[in-house]
Write a protein that binds this ligand. Structure first.
Ligand SMILES: *Cc1c(COP(=O)(O)O)cnc(C)c1O
Length: 329
Protein backbone atom coordinates (compact mmCIF):
# COMPACT_ATOMS: atom_id res chain seq x y z
CA UNK A 1 0.00 0.00 0.00
CA UNK A 2 1.49 3.30 -1.02
CA UNK A 3 0.10 6.65 -0.04
CA UNK A 4 1.41 9.70 1.74
CA UNK A 5 -1.79 11.00 3.27
CA UNK A 6 -1.40 12.91 6.52
CA UNK A 7 -2.80 11.29 9.65
CA UNK A 8 -3.82 12.84 12.97
CA UNK A 9 -3.36 10.73 16.08
CA UNK A 10 -6.79 10.50 17.74
CA UNK A 11 -7.05 6.98 19.17
CA UNK A 12 -5.03 4.24 20.83
CA UNK A 13 -4.01 1.39 18.58
CA UNK A 14 -3.87 -1.56 18.19
CA UNK A 15 -7.27 -2.29 19.69
CA UNK A 16 -7.47 -5.69 21.41
CA UNK A 17 -8.40 -8.87 19.55
CA UNK A 18 -9.94 -11.36 21.96
CA UNK A 19 -11.67 -14.73 21.95
CA UNK A 20 -15.29 -15.02 23.13
CA UNK A 21 -15.20 -18.60 24.37
CA UNK A 22 -18.24 -18.38 26.64
CA UNK A 23 -20.45 -16.98 23.88
CA UNK A 24 -19.19 -19.66 21.46
CA UNK A 25 -20.02 -22.39 23.99
CA UNK A 26 -23.43 -20.90 24.68
CA UNK A 27 -24.27 -21.07 20.97
CA UNK A 28 -22.64 -24.50 20.41
CA UNK A 29 -21.05 -22.55 17.64
CA UNK A 30 -17.78 -21.76 15.95
CA UNK A 31 -14.92 -20.08 17.72
CA UNK A 32 -15.89 -16.41 17.88
CA UNK A 33 -13.25 -13.72 18.14
CA UNK A 34 -13.80 -10.01 18.54
CA UNK A 35 -11.84 -6.98 17.34
CA UNK A 36 -12.45 -4.35 20.00
CA UNK A 37 -12.82 -1.13 18.00
CA UNK A 38 -15.30 -0.11 20.69
CA UNK A 39 -12.07 0.61 22.58
CA UNK A 40 -10.39 3.08 20.23
CA UNK A 41 -10.21 5.55 23.10
CA UNK A 42 -11.60 8.73 21.53
CA UNK A 43 -14.87 10.01 22.98
CA UNK A 44 -15.91 6.54 24.25
CA UNK A 45 -14.60 4.84 21.13
CA UNK A 46 -15.84 3.30 17.90
CA UNK A 47 -14.93 2.70 14.28
CA UNK A 48 -15.20 6.38 13.26
CA UNK A 49 -12.04 7.16 15.24
CA UNK A 50 -9.92 5.36 12.65
CA UNK A 51 -11.56 7.19 9.76
CA UNK A 52 -11.28 10.56 11.48
CA UNK A 53 -7.51 10.22 11.86
CA UNK A 54 -7.24 10.67 8.08
CA UNK A 55 -10.23 12.93 7.59
CA UNK A 56 -9.26 15.43 10.30
CA UNK A 57 -5.67 15.49 9.06
CA UNK A 58 -7.02 16.36 5.62
CA UNK A 59 -9.18 19.13 7.11
CA UNK A 60 -6.13 20.60 8.90
CA UNK A 61 -3.98 20.30 5.78
CA UNK A 62 -6.61 22.26 3.85
CA UNK A 63 -6.59 25.05 6.43
CA UNK A 64 -10.03 24.39 7.89
CA UNK A 65 -11.01 25.93 11.21
CA UNK A 66 -14.48 24.35 11.31
CA UNK A 67 -15.83 20.91 10.51
CA UNK A 68 -19.39 20.01 9.56
CA UNK A 69 -20.94 16.59 9.47
CA UNK A 70 -24.37 14.99 9.61
CA UNK A 71 -26.12 12.01 11.07
CA UNK A 72 -29.02 10.63 13.05
CA UNK A 73 -29.75 12.05 16.49
CA UNK A 74 -27.82 9.14 18.06
CA UNK A 75 -24.99 9.21 15.52
CA UNK A 76 -21.77 7.66 16.83
CA UNK A 77 -19.96 9.25 13.92
CA UNK A 78 -21.09 12.73 15.02
CA UNK A 79 -20.07 12.06 18.63
CA UNK A 80 -16.57 10.92 17.64
CA UNK A 81 -16.26 13.85 15.23
CA UNK A 82 -17.22 16.17 18.11
CA UNK A 83 -14.50 14.68 20.31
CA UNK A 84 -11.91 14.80 17.55
CA UNK A 85 -12.73 18.42 16.70
CA UNK A 86 -12.46 19.44 20.37
CA UNK A 87 -9.10 17.73 20.73
CA UNK A 88 -7.76 19.53 17.65
CA UNK A 89 -9.21 22.95 18.44
CA UNK A 90 -11.68 22.98 15.54
CA UNK A 91 -15.23 24.32 15.67
CA UNK A 92 -17.76 21.55 15.10
CA UNK A 93 -21.21 21.78 13.50
CA UNK A 94 -23.53 18.78 13.49
CA UNK A 95 -26.58 18.55 11.26
CA UNK A 96 -28.80 16.02 13.00
CA UNK A 97 -32.02 14.38 11.86
CA UNK A 98 -35.19 15.00 13.81
CA UNK A 99 -35.99 17.72 16.31
CA UNK A 100 -34.40 18.78 19.57
CA UNK A 101 -35.64 16.44 22.31
CA UNK A 102 -36.67 17.74 25.72
CA UNK A 103 -33.65 16.12 27.27
CA UNK A 104 -30.45 15.02 25.54
CA UNK A 105 -29.34 11.42 26.09
CA UNK A 106 -26.57 9.12 24.85
CA UNK A 107 -24.54 10.44 21.93
CA UNK A 108 -26.45 13.71 21.75
CA UNK A 109 -25.66 14.45 25.37
CA UNK A 110 -21.97 13.94 24.59
CA UNK A 111 -22.20 16.15 21.46
CA UNK A 112 -23.45 18.92 23.71
CA UNK A 113 -20.76 18.36 26.32
CA UNK A 114 -18.19 18.68 23.53
CA UNK A 115 -19.62 22.11 22.76
CA UNK A 116 -20.85 21.41 19.22
CA UNK A 117 -23.20 23.64 17.30
CA UNK A 118 -26.23 21.48 16.63
CA UNK A 119 -28.57 22.12 13.68
CA UNK A 120 -31.86 20.17 13.59
CA UNK A 121 -32.76 18.92 10.14
CA UNK A 122 -36.06 17.05 10.49
CA UNK A 123 -36.22 14.22 7.97
CA UNK A 124 -32.81 15.10 6.48
CA UNK A 125 -30.47 12.92 8.52
CA UNK A 126 -27.93 12.35 5.76
CA UNK A 127 -26.62 15.87 5.38
CA UNK A 128 -29.02 17.33 2.82
CA UNK A 129 -28.89 20.67 4.67
CA UNK A 130 -25.10 20.97 4.70
CA UNK A 131 -24.57 23.10 1.54
CA UNK A 132 -26.67 25.93 2.98
CA UNK A 133 -24.73 25.78 6.23
CA UNK A 134 -21.41 25.91 4.38
CA UNK A 135 -22.58 29.11 2.68
CA UNK A 136 -23.63 30.69 5.97
CA UNK A 137 -20.37 29.85 7.73
CA UNK A 138 -18.24 30.94 4.79
CA UNK A 139 -20.07 34.27 4.69
CA UNK A 140 -19.08 34.70 8.35
CA UNK A 141 -15.42 34.21 7.44
CA UNK A 142 -15.10 30.61 8.62
CA UNK A 143 -13.23 27.92 6.71
CA UNK A 144 -15.56 24.94 6.92
CA UNK A 145 -14.64 21.40 5.91
CA UNK A 146 -17.42 18.93 5.21
CA UNK A 147 -17.00 15.40 6.50
CA UNK A 148 -19.19 12.98 4.52
CA UNK A 149 -21.98 10.99 6.15
CA UNK A 150 -20.42 8.30 8.34
CA UNK A 151 -16.93 9.44 7.37
CA UNK A 152 -17.22 7.15 4.38
CA UNK A 153 -14.91 8.42 1.69
CA UNK A 154 -11.54 7.10 0.53
CA UNK A 155 -9.81 8.48 3.64
CA UNK A 156 -12.17 6.51 5.83
CA UNK A 157 -11.70 3.36 3.80
CA UNK A 158 -7.90 3.62 3.88
CA UNK A 159 -8.11 3.68 7.66
CA UNK A 160 -9.85 0.31 7.46
CA UNK A 161 -7.26 -1.13 5.11
CA UNK A 162 -4.79 -0.27 7.87
CA UNK A 163 -7.13 -1.71 10.49
CA UNK A 164 -7.13 -4.96 8.52
CA UNK A 165 -3.34 -4.92 8.56
CA UNK A 166 -3.38 -4.34 12.32
CA UNK A 167 -5.77 -7.28 12.75
CA UNK A 168 -3.60 -9.42 10.49
CA UNK A 169 -0.55 -9.19 12.73
CA UNK A 170 -2.67 -10.02 15.80
CA UNK A 171 -4.22 -12.95 13.98
CA UNK A 172 -0.82 -14.30 13.02
CA UNK A 173 0.49 -13.92 16.54
CA UNK A 174 -2.53 -15.88 17.81
CA UNK A 175 -2.00 -18.48 15.09
CA UNK A 176 -5.63 -18.54 13.92
CA UNK A 177 -7.27 -18.11 10.54
CA UNK A 178 -10.70 -16.59 10.11
CA UNK A 179 -13.33 -18.01 7.77
CA UNK A 180 -15.55 -14.93 8.17
CA UNK A 181 -15.26 -11.37 9.38
CA UNK A 182 -18.71 -10.09 10.39
CA UNK A 183 -19.58 -6.47 11.15
CA UNK A 184 -22.29 -3.82 10.85
CA UNK A 185 -22.23 -1.97 7.54
CA UNK A 186 -24.04 1.31 6.99
CA UNK A 187 -22.12 4.03 5.22
CA UNK A 188 -19.60 1.73 3.57
CA UNK A 189 -16.02 2.68 4.42
CA UNK A 190 -15.53 -0.03 7.03
CA UNK A 191 -16.77 -2.57 4.49
CA UNK A 192 -14.76 -1.19 1.56
CA UNK A 193 -11.57 -0.99 3.62
CA UNK A 194 -11.87 -4.51 5.01
CA UNK A 195 -12.61 -5.89 1.53
CA UNK A 196 -9.53 -4.22 0.19
CA UNK A 197 -7.35 -5.35 3.09
CA UNK A 198 -8.57 -8.91 2.67
CA UNK A 199 -7.64 -8.79 -1.01
CA UNK A 200 -4.20 -7.33 -0.33
CA UNK A 201 -3.38 -10.11 2.14
CA UNK A 202 -4.98 -12.65 -0.18
CA UNK A 203 -6.82 -14.34 2.70
CA UNK A 204 -9.46 -16.98 2.13
CA UNK A 205 -11.93 -15.20 4.37
CA UNK A 206 -15.44 -13.90 3.73
CA UNK A 207 -15.98 -10.22 4.52
CA UNK A 208 -19.62 -10.23 5.64
CA UNK A 209 -21.25 -6.85 6.17
CA UNK A 210 -24.59 -6.94 7.97
CA UNK A 211 -26.69 -4.18 6.46
CA UNK A 212 -28.38 -2.20 9.19
CA UNK A 213 -30.17 0.39 7.06
CA UNK A 214 -32.70 0.09 4.27
CA UNK A 215 -31.46 3.24 2.61
CA UNK A 216 -29.08 4.26 -0.13
CA UNK A 217 -25.98 6.48 -0.18
CA UNK A 218 -25.96 9.67 -2.25
CA UNK A 219 -28.85 8.27 -4.32
CA UNK A 220 -26.77 5.22 -5.24
CA UNK A 221 -27.86 1.76 -4.02
CA UNK A 222 -25.74 0.87 -1.00
CA UNK A 223 -24.11 -2.20 -2.56
CA UNK A 224 -22.92 -0.20 -5.59
CA UNK A 225 -21.65 2.53 -3.28
CA UNK A 226 -19.44 0.07 -1.34
CA UNK A 227 -17.95 -1.50 -4.49
CA UNK A 228 -17.19 1.86 -6.05
CA UNK A 229 -15.63 3.11 -2.80
CA UNK A 230 -13.45 -0.02 -2.65
CA UNK A 231 -12.32 0.67 -6.23
CA UNK A 232 -11.61 4.37 -5.79
CA UNK A 233 -9.70 3.59 -2.59
CA UNK A 234 -7.65 0.89 -4.33
CA UNK A 235 -6.74 3.49 -6.94
CA UNK A 236 -5.70 6.02 -4.33
CA UNK A 237 -3.26 3.60 -2.71
CA UNK A 238 -2.03 2.25 -6.04
CA UNK A 239 -3.40 -1.22 -5.42
CA UNK A 240 -4.21 -2.87 -8.69
CA UNK A 241 -7.64 -4.37 -7.97
CA UNK A 242 -11.00 -3.96 -9.61
CA UNK A 243 -13.91 -5.17 -7.50
CA UNK A 244 -17.28 -6.09 -8.97
CA UNK A 245 -20.66 -6.73 -7.36
CA UNK A 246 -19.69 -10.42 -7.13
CA UNK A 247 -16.94 -9.60 -4.63
CA UNK A 248 -19.35 -7.98 -2.19
CA UNK A 249 -21.11 -9.81 0.65
CA UNK A 250 -23.78 -7.51 2.08
CA UNK A 251 -26.37 -9.42 4.07
CA UNK A 252 -29.65 -7.48 4.22
CA UNK A 253 -31.64 -10.21 6.02
CA UNK A 254 -31.59 -8.40 9.34
CA UNK A 255 -32.68 -4.82 8.60
CA UNK A 256 -36.03 -5.60 10.24
CA UNK A 257 -38.16 -2.48 10.49
CA UNK A 258 -35.29 -0.25 9.43
CA UNK A 259 -32.58 1.97 10.85
CA UNK A 260 -32.60 2.24 14.62
CA UNK A 261 -35.77 0.21 15.18
CA UNK A 262 -34.98 -2.29 17.93
CA UNK A 263 -36.46 -5.79 17.74
CA UNK A 264 -36.08 -9.18 19.40
CA UNK A 265 -32.95 -9.89 17.33
CA UNK A 266 -31.02 -6.92 18.69
CA UNK A 267 -32.24 -7.35 22.26
CA UNK A 268 -31.22 -11.00 22.43
CA UNK A 269 -27.79 -10.30 20.93
CA UNK A 270 -27.16 -7.45 23.38
CA UNK A 271 -28.24 -9.59 26.35
CA UNK A 272 -26.26 -12.71 25.30
CA UNK A 273 -23.06 -10.76 24.69
CA UNK A 274 -23.35 -8.76 27.89
CA UNK A 275 -24.32 -11.70 30.08
CA UNK A 276 -21.79 -14.20 28.70
CA UNK A 277 -18.83 -11.97 27.93
CA UNK A 278 -19.38 -8.74 29.86
CA UNK A 279 -19.18 -6.84 26.56
CA UNK A 280 -21.64 -4.11 25.63
CA UNK A 281 -23.04 -3.92 22.12
CA UNK A 282 -25.16 -1.08 20.82
CA UNK A 283 -28.83 -1.20 19.78
CA UNK A 284 -28.52 0.20 16.24
CA UNK A 285 -25.39 -1.37 14.70
CA UNK A 286 -23.46 -4.02 16.60
CA UNK A 287 -26.56 -5.47 18.30
CA UNK A 288 -28.11 -6.03 14.89
CA UNK A 289 -24.86 -7.38 13.40
CA UNK A 290 -24.32 -9.79 16.31
CA UNK A 291 -27.97 -10.82 16.03
CA UNK A 292 -27.27 -11.61 12.38
CA UNK A 293 -24.16 -13.61 13.28
CA UNK A 294 -26.09 -15.59 15.90
CA UNK A 295 -28.81 -16.35 13.37
CA UNK A 296 -26.27 -17.43 10.76
CA UNK A 297 -24.77 -19.80 13.34
CA UNK A 298 -28.15 -21.22 14.33
CA UNK A 299 -29.23 -21.72 10.73
CA UNK A 300 -25.97 -23.41 9.75
CA UNK A 301 -24.79 -20.68 7.38
CA UNK A 302 -21.75 -20.49 9.65
CA UNK A 303 -20.59 -23.88 10.93
CA UNK A 304 -19.14 -24.98 14.25
CA UNK A 305 -15.86 -25.73 12.47
CA UNK A 306 -15.52 -22.13 11.25
CA UNK A 307 -13.58 -19.37 13.00
CA UNK A 308 -15.40 -16.06 12.99
CA UNK A 309 -14.12 -12.60 13.77
CA UNK A 310 -16.82 -10.17 14.86
CA UNK A 311 -15.57 -6.63 14.35
CA UNK A 312 -17.02 -4.57 17.22
CA UNK A 313 -17.47 -1.11 15.72
CA UNK A 314 -18.61 0.60 18.95
CA UNK A 315 -21.82 2.46 19.64
CA UNK A 316 -22.62 1.55 23.25
CA UNK A 317 -23.18 5.21 24.27
CA UNK A 318 -26.49 4.97 22.37
CA UNK A 319 -27.77 2.30 24.78
CA UNK A 320 -29.01 4.91 27.24
CA UNK A 321 -31.07 6.69 24.61
CA UNK A 322 -32.88 3.40 23.86
CA UNK A 323 -33.72 2.60 27.49
CA UNK A 324 -37.43 2.30 26.68
CA UNK A 325 -36.80 -0.40 24.05
CA UNK A 326 -34.22 -2.33 26.06
CA UNK A 327 -36.18 -3.74 28.97
CA UNK A 328 -33.76 -6.66 29.34
CA UNK A 329 -33.84 -8.34 32.75
C1 LIG B 1 -20.88 3.97 11.72
C2 LIG B 1 -21.00 2.69 12.45
C3 LIG B 1 -20.98 1.46 11.77
C4 LIG B 1 -20.93 1.36 10.27
O1 LIG B 1 -19.69 1.66 9.72
P1 LIG B 1 -19.67 2.26 8.23
O2 LIG B 1 -18.25 2.38 7.89
O3 LIG B 1 -20.39 3.56 8.32
O4 LIG B 1 -20.40 1.31 7.35
C5 LIG B 1 -21.07 0.31 12.49
N1 LIG B 1 -21.17 0.34 13.83
C6 LIG B 1 -21.18 1.49 14.53
C7 LIG B 1 -21.32 1.42 16.00
C8 LIG B 1 -21.11 2.70 13.86
O5 LIG B 1 -21.14 3.85 14.56
Amino acid sequence: MTHNLPKASLGYFPTPLIELSRLSAKLNGPKIYMKRDDNTGLALGGNKTRKLEYIMADALAKGADTVITAGAIQSNHCRQTAGAAASLGLECHLVLGGQAPKQAQGNLLLDQIYGCHIHWAGANRKGEDIPALVEQLTAKGKKPYVIPYGGSNEHGAIAFVEAYKEMESQREAMDVTFSHIVFASSSGATHAGLMLGNKMFDNDCQIVGINIDKGEMDKVPFDEHIVSLANSTAQLIAADYQFTADDLILNSDYVGDGYGVIGVLEKEAIALTAQNEGILLDPVYTGRAMGGLIDMIRTGQIKATDNVLFWHTGGAPALFAYADDLDIR
